[in-house]
Design a protein around this ligand. Structure first.
Ligand SMILES: NC(=O)c1ccc[n+]([C@@H]2O[C@H](COP(=O)([O-])OP(=O)(O)OC[C@H]3O[C@@H](n4cnc5c(N)ncnc54)[C@H](O)[C@@H]3O)[C@@H](O)[C@H]2O)c1
Length: 257
């Protein structure tokens, strides 16, 4: 979209972005703020919360930082309430946080399942509860969750991640039905292979090259590509879209290539 016509499209809106300290969540928080939203920057890592919040404020945007664990119900609900108090309303939540370990299914233990489920899946339940409690039932709002290509097809070594993201995709459709009477739309984005600090921990240079070659559009994703889709899904432009999984993946999951 032409940035000119999108400028300040989200003026007056208040959005909580969870996992906004770096990577796709950070790019999302920054883009939403540029479009005029008051943004809640929530992350486990206090330093990155401070950095993202400061970066938004330096650009003239409005941001409030929250250091929290998105797997903790009380923490997510408290942040949503505080943000609503500071911004006067709550319009959208983006549940972007994730922590990943790849390993063969034989090596999987409770600690990995519990942590990944907590960050990736429980956080969506808490986001839904925060939306129910804090959004205006007349005006409604939007939730954006983060699925993954692993929710569409299997990959070696990703069993727990696949279970989490498959759960996120199913839960997104479920919540779209359950929250529709409150006018809360619930959609997911599926990023393709997108170099971020988190992804660099688990993918090496050879792995990026394989992913680039497998992507029909011929390049890896940028955090901004995904942020743009989130901005659309929280905006009025998508007011009749709910229960959708929007792939922002350069065609990676569209078919064999
Ligand atoms: N990058 C990709 O290629 C890719 C592909 C498909 C899906 N995704 C999804 O997109 C989302 C963003 O991915 P990314 O690559 O930007 O990740 P990233 O690891 O770079 O950033 C994730 C952020 O979540 C935060 N976080 C982790 N645990 C947390 C917790 N318990 N509470 C609060 N915050 C926590 C981290 O501190 C970090 O700032 C994730 O849901 C990921 O699964 C990414």
């Amino acid at each position: 979209m032409n940035e000119g016509s999108a400028v300040k499209e989200l003026e007056g809106q208040v959005v909580l972005v969870m996992g906004a300290g770096r990577g796709i969540g950070q790019a999302t928080a920054q883009l939403l703020a540029r479009r005029g939203a008051v943004v809640g920057v929530a992350d486990l890592d206090a330093e990155s919360v401070a950095q993202t919040t400061a970066a938004i404020q330096q650009e003239g945007g409005s941001a409030h930082g929250f250091t929290l664990d998105v797997g903790q119900r009380d923490a997510v609900l408290a942040a949503a309430r505080q943000l609503r108090q500071r911004g006067g309303r709550l319009d959208a939540l983006a549940a972007c946080a994730m922590w990943i370990r790849y390993e063969p299914v034989a090596d999987v233990r409770d600690e990995t399942i519990d942590r990944m489920m907590g960050v990736g899946l429980k956080s969506v339940f808490w986001a839904a509860q925060a939306a129910e409690e804090c959004m205006d039932p007349e005006r409604g709002g939007a939730i954006v969750t983060f699925a993954s290509p692993v929710a569409d097809r299997g990959h070696r070594g990703t069993a727990v991640y696949t279970a989490v993201k498959g759960g996120v995709a199913a839960l997104t459709r479920q919540l779209a039905i359950e929250l529709a009477p409150l006018r809360i739309r619930v959609n997911a984005v599926t990023p393709g292979a997108t170099p971020t600090p988190g992804a660099h921990r688990i993918v090496d240079e050879a792995g990026w090259e394989v992913r680039r070659k497998a992507t029909p559009l011929g390049r890896l994703g940028r955090p901004e590509d995904v942020a743009e889709a989130v901005a659309f899904l929280v905006s009025e432009r998508s007011s009749y879209i709910t229960g959708e999984i929007l792939h922002v993946d350069g065609g990676l999951t569209a078919g064999a290539f």
